[in-house]
Design a binder for this molecule. Sequence first.
Ligand code: CMC
Length: 373
Amino acid sequence: MSTDIRRGLTGVVVDTTAISTVISETNSLTYGGYAVQDLAASRSWEEVAHLLWHGDLPDATQLADFRAAEAAQRRLDRTGQEVLRKLPETCHPMDVLRTAVSYFGAQDPTEDLADRAANQAKALSLFAKLPTVVALDLRRRRGQDPIPPDPTLGYAENFFHMCFGEVPSADVVRAFETTMILYAEHSFNASTFAARVITSTLSDLYSAVTGAIGALKGPLHGGANEAVMHMLVAIDDPDRVESWLDEALATKQKIMGFGHRVYKNGDSRVPIMQDALDNLIATHADDRVRRLAEVYTRLQTAMFQRKAIHPNLDYPSALAYHVMGFDTPTFTPIFVMSRITGWTAHIVEQLTANVLIRPLSAYTGPQQRPVPA
Ligand code: CMC
């Protein structure tokens, strides 16, 4: 048996997948064989979600059916709403989302793990309900009553409606859809792998998603988008960027929104998201946002000069969500609304050829010894 230790599973190929591929050498990412930048340029978020679950883009009838099924399942039942309202506002919105998925699991005790269609139906139900949870939680923290979902609106429009009581201009909605498409799937990242590990024990889909939410919460993974925003606000002054960065690097801090385990020459998703962010800033920024955007640009330049490290998707996404009007702690829950597609596609794929995921460890503790009398 090999004693080669790959800490963090760096460079280890664990299994096959047909859902997406990340090619670090060419900085490219494809979903079902389609380049993500082409999908972001020409397809709706619902079409991409369908692609990830079913392996191909929907035709017009399939898309209409998909949209109707999603719109019909957005509502939370009364008990679910009460459970979420009882959670302390001191807990993080990711804890609310994790609890919500646990609740949905408790409401659905069906034991049909091997049934692909049943798992896809559960996935669609979560896809439809998570935005309602995120919007309800955003509003309660603002002291506002929830706004029920509007089934006549598309996914993105409805989410804005439930958060703010209005739908913004089409370019803002499209920028939001771009973030959803780009965040949706990324092969064996930490949260997806967590979902696959849980699934590999033949546990249920809700348990796997709950675990994935826990993994995504951390700032080295999905929590980075929230952390980026806190960092930009903390730096605040464009003239302070260089001194702030020098001090942070001198104290060995990780700069949020930079670096990537797989991409070492730039995250393939960043140029698309940067274009969307530039458009948002050009048309929707006030003086405060323009100041933060200057901090953002200078930090990116300084980071490259000092460490030659590129930004990852969380860097432009964070400022984009801020310009769209979302509260900072909501950024990672929005990431969940998107990545639920990738997670559940992987859960279904894991089950089609399951093998228990159980690696080994190299023991470094004391030699075997007698228990003292
Ligand atoms: N700030 C400062 N230094 C960094 C950073 C960073 N963000 N990222 C990498 N480095 C340095 C690291 O310290 C190391 O330097 P040295 O060789 O001198 O020790 C070198 O670059 C190689 O880094 P690494 O630790 O081998 O990289 P990794 O693959 O283990 O870590 C990462 C990847 C994402 C955890 C790390 O880049 C990081 O902590 N970034 C900040 C958090 C972040 O933005 N996370 C989002 C990741 S992408 C989206 C997602 O998955 O959700």
